[in-house]
Write a protein that binds this ligand. Structure first.
Ligand code: ASP
Length: 355
């Protein structure tokens, strides 16, 4: 079993490895795409790139009159239910003990109400539980055992969320974690040093965020995730924290995020994106400005030799009028969008260009 110091070392190793692929070419923040967004229409929904089917579903539902939050939750449930997406819901990668712990939040523009769950086990659709926290309690956030009991009180069924494939991925990580434990990889596994950095190469982020605006300009948003893979049990990321992983203001727009949750928590990014849109920035420019703030605040251990963050963080935003945008710290990221022109993936703007 790793202690917290081991995890910290492992994370550094992983991030350094990740940076190795990113830092080969210098880039200028001005490299971000300044193109104005296409003429805005409603309904519209944006999501992380794993949400192409989700935005399509959300659009259909909004077109038929469904509330934008209900439409977004129905959209992300497709990914929560998908065993092949290892970043969300059923089939998500587990914590360091091999247990899947899910985080999710929802926010409803017309009522300005929010609900969230964190470190929820054994329930595959945490976004639906988060919506019930919003609708059927006087609270915003339930965690752990209390969140599970609340879900069961509302009829959710417990099930094992760790699929065989996710378990094998976790086992592979665990066996290569360090030389200080009793776990050994099989002899025919390709060899290589058992170093923390090697183990952490499997250490991945992943989430789905979906923000939706209906034809009338009402807004809903949801973020749902299994969080950082192989995290310390009990670790909560940005996804269930209103203002960090998700924020909606029905007068302005909505924003959400995927990527290194710790950076996002330290900068209240989604709230800030919405506030910058309120001050007049386009969704894309608001995302970029917040990412500059995140980059400015990055700890020295999380910077490359040029001072740039070694991690990835994506922000997604929609404005009440139907404009939308997304940006990542690094180039090469796509996001999903749907509007009258159909569901598609588009390139996100970025601060720094990678090779
Ligand atoms: N933001 C999520 C978290 O930190 C993970 C991710 O989006 O990749 O839990």
């Amino acid at each position: 079993m790793s202690d917290p110091i081991d995890i910290s070392l492992s994370r550094r190793g992983f991030l350094a490895a990740a940076a190795g692929g990113l830092i080969a070419s210098a880039a200028d923040p001005a490299a971000a795409d300044p193109a104005p967004p296409a003429a805005a229409t409603r309904p519209v929904a944006v999501a992380s790139a794993n949400g192409l089917a989700s935005v399509a579903r959300a659009f259909e539902l909004m077109r038929d009159g469904t509330d934008p939050l209900d439409a977004a939750v129905a959209g992300v449930a497709i990914v929560e239910d998908d065993p092949n997406d290892h970043s969300v819901g059923f089939g998500g990668l587990p914590n360091e003990d091999g247990v899947v712990e899910l985080d999710a939040s929802v926010m409803h523009g017309p009522t300005h109400k929010a609900g969230a769950v964190a470190a929820l086990r054994n329930i595959r659709n945490p976004s639906k539980v988060a919506r019930l926290v919003m609708q059927r309690t006087d609270h915003v956030l339930l965690v752990g055992e209390g969140a599970l009991r609340f879900a069961k009180a509302h009829g959710f069924k417990e099930e094992e969320l760790l699929t065989d494939e996710a378990r094998r991925m976790w086992l592979r990580w665990k066996e290569r974690l360090s030389e200080d434990d009793d776990w050994l990889p099989p002899e025919d596994s390709g060899g290589g040093p058992r170093t923390r950095a090697k183990g952490r190469q499997d250490h991945v982020y992943g989430t789905i965020n979906c923000c939706a605006v209906d034809a009338a300009g009402n807004i809903g948003g949801v973020t749902t995730t299994s969080g950082l893979a192989y995290k310390i049990p009990g670790r909560v990321g940005d996804s269930p924290i209103i203002g960090a992983g998700l924020y909606v203001d029905n007068a302005v727009g909505a924003a959400g995020s995927t990527g290194r949750g710790e950076a996002n928590l330290q900068n209240c990014s989604s709230f800030l994106v919405v506030e910058l849109m309120r001050a007049g920035k386009s969704p894309q420019d608001a995302c970029l400005e917040v990412l500059r703030r995140v980059a400015d605040h990055a700890e020295p251990r999380l910077r490359d030799s040029k001072g740039r963050p070694t991690f990835g963080l994506s922000l997604y935003a929609v404005a009440k009028d139907g404009r939308y945008g997304s940006a990542n710290i690094w180039s090469g990221t796509k996001f999903a969008v749907v509007d009258a022109a159909g569901a598609r993936l588009e390139e996100a703007a970025f601060l720094y260009k990678k090779d």
